[in-house]
Ligand binder design. Sequence first.
Ligand code: FAD
Length: 263
Amino acid sequence: MTEPGAGSDLRGMKASARQEGSDWVLNGTKHFISHADLAGFTIAFMATGEEATSKGPKKKITAFFVDKGTKGFTVREGYRNVSHRGYTNAVLEFDDCRVPAENVLGEPHRGFEVANTWLGATRLQVASTCLGRAGRALQLAIAYAAERRQFGQSIGKFQGVSFKLADMAMELKAAELLTWEAAWKFDQGAVTEADMSMAKLKATEVLAMIADEAIQIHGGMGLMDDLPLERIWRDARVERIWEGTSEIQRHIISRELLRAVGG
Ligand SMILES: Cc1cc2nc3c(=O)[nH]c(=O)nc-3n(C[C@H](O)[C@H](O)[C@H](O)COP(=O)(O)OP(=O)(O)OC[C@H]3O[C@@H](n4cnc5c(N)ncnc54)[C@H](O)[C@@H]3O)c2cc1C
């Protein structure tokens, strides 16, 4: 989906597909595409026209399967990332890339419906993986606070440290409960966009806070790659950006609140 000029605002995408006979011809550039270097095919979202709405013209989007090796489709190496260094991203280029009509995923012009069948669930996956890492960082911080001695006592005896542990544990529990409730509602078929956004937002922000405080409690050793904390801290950064930034999650939550009262 994402393009150099269109991230949060997906409908601002410039990459497009036009119909020629029964084929579609794709043009444009996508970037930040996870593991496209390894995959045998991509699912490319392309603008396929505009429709008039009460809020003005809106781009219609269609999803296409494109096999690697298709003429006019190039996968280039992406950027180096501070988070998840083993996780690659790629740039995709489409230059008069022709695919048959059977490569449309879902219905033509209904690409957003296709994306929405998984976007909420992937937000829950992001939330869940954050909880695991936050829990590990907290356990490391607790163990270190109990064992590390300064000024003749364990540092966990100083309220400046122990109150951090209390806040970390409380915030982690809040994030877990939000995620578990959203996942449970997902299984019941009763989940809302706001439920999944709240879980993603809270879990990613709690991971950032816990990773940072766990390093603070470890002092200088927290930054050394002898311990897993610096990696947890680095990897935490991307979680507030991909699968919808924290600001976009807040937008989804507040939109649901306001729509309920006609706002
Ligand atoms: C490692 C990695 C892998 C990725 N993998 C994929 C992938 O496989 N497929 C894919 O399609 N995309 C992928 N992405 C893209 C990711 O989803 C986008 O980076 C993300 O949606 C944000 O878009 P952007 O980076 O263009 O930032 P922008 O949208 O330009 O946002 C910049 C800033 O403006 C803020 N902002 C924008 N709009 C608003 C608004 N309305 N209200 C308030 N604030 C706003 C944002 O929150 C952010 O802080 C990946 C990104 C990364 C970093």
